[in-house]
Write a protein of this length. Structure first.
Ligand SMILES: *[C@@H]1O[C@H](CO)[C@@H](O)[C@H](O)[C@H]1NC(C)=O
Length: 240
């Protein structure tokens, strides 16, 4: 082949790949015995619905166009008396939609990078900002891991110094030690600002014991990041 025809082939391959677009679907299922209000925050890519209601046993699908990165979580014990507020997972927008506002911790977060490095999706469950609801993430591809944080840490293992209570005294969230104490060893800041110096603590271990597949502190990457070939769809179940 001449240089010119090789170039043509390369160009054709590049252009075809750019034009091949595939969407991914997140199906959100509410297995909790109460209503939840899922919410999303888009980092990279076209925003998707930023908040909606999901009755117990209900499900909703969201289509996303990779490349996309962002976060999903759920709010509960919400009410609307002029202003929409939730006992947990609130984004303080005053409405059901979060419109670009993030979750107020403590909250269990699902993090995604779709069509990231190497043609892969990266996904994880993070308890770095604390915990509010158990959940699981199930890709629809063989060979991709289902990951979950299946335990209701609010009522199982959350130490009282981390517990967040609603107006009637029920535990509705479990703070991270970083949020509760704001100390460098818990926040992985200052002298603890690198993977080699920020280690698990007695508090992060409480989360890790209950949810081994979830991030329990900022540098918990080795056991907490998962990948799947881009093109997969994902079932997200709250209270799996
Ligand atoms: C964790 O360790 C700190 C510092 O040693 C101690 O003050 C705290 O009570 C411990 N908490 C738990 C839940 O073990």
């Amino acid at each position: 082949m001449t240089m010119r025809s090789i170039l043509l082939v390369v160009l054709t391959v590049v252009i075809c790949n750019v034009h091949r677009s595939y969407s991914a679907t997140f199906t959100l299922k509410n297995n909790c015995p109460f209503t939840i209000w899922p919410a999303t925050l888009t980092g990279v890519g076209a925003p998707i619905s930023t908040g909606f209601v999901l009755a117990s046993q209900g499900s909703t699908s969201l289509d996303v166009l990779p490349p996309w990165s962002g976060r999903l979580w759920a709010r509960f014990e919400c009410s609307n008396s002029g202003r929409f507020t939730c006992a947990n997972g609130d984004c303080n927008s005053g409405q059901i939609t979060c419109n670009g506002a993030g979750a107020i911790p403590p909250v269990t977060i699902i993090e995604y990078t779709l069509a990231g490095d190497g043609g892969k999706d990266f996904y994880d469950i993070s308890l770095v900002d604390g915990f509010n609801l158990p959940l699981s993430v199930t890709p629809d591809r063989a060979g991709c891991s289902t990951i979950s944080c299946p335990v209701d840490i609010n009522n199982r293992g959350c130490p009282s110094e981390l517990a967040v209570k609603d107006t009637i005294g029920g535990v509705v969230g479990c703070k991270s030690a970083c949020a509760a104490f704001n100390q460098p060893q818990y926040c992985c800041t200052g002298n603890f600002g690198s993977p080699s110096t920020c280690k698990p603590t007695n508090y992060s271990q409480i989360f890790k014991r209950q949810c081994p597949q979830a991030y329990s502190y900022a540098y918990d990457d080795a056991s907490s990041t998962f990948t799947c070939p881009t093109g997969a769809n994902y079932l997200i179940t709250f209270c799996p």
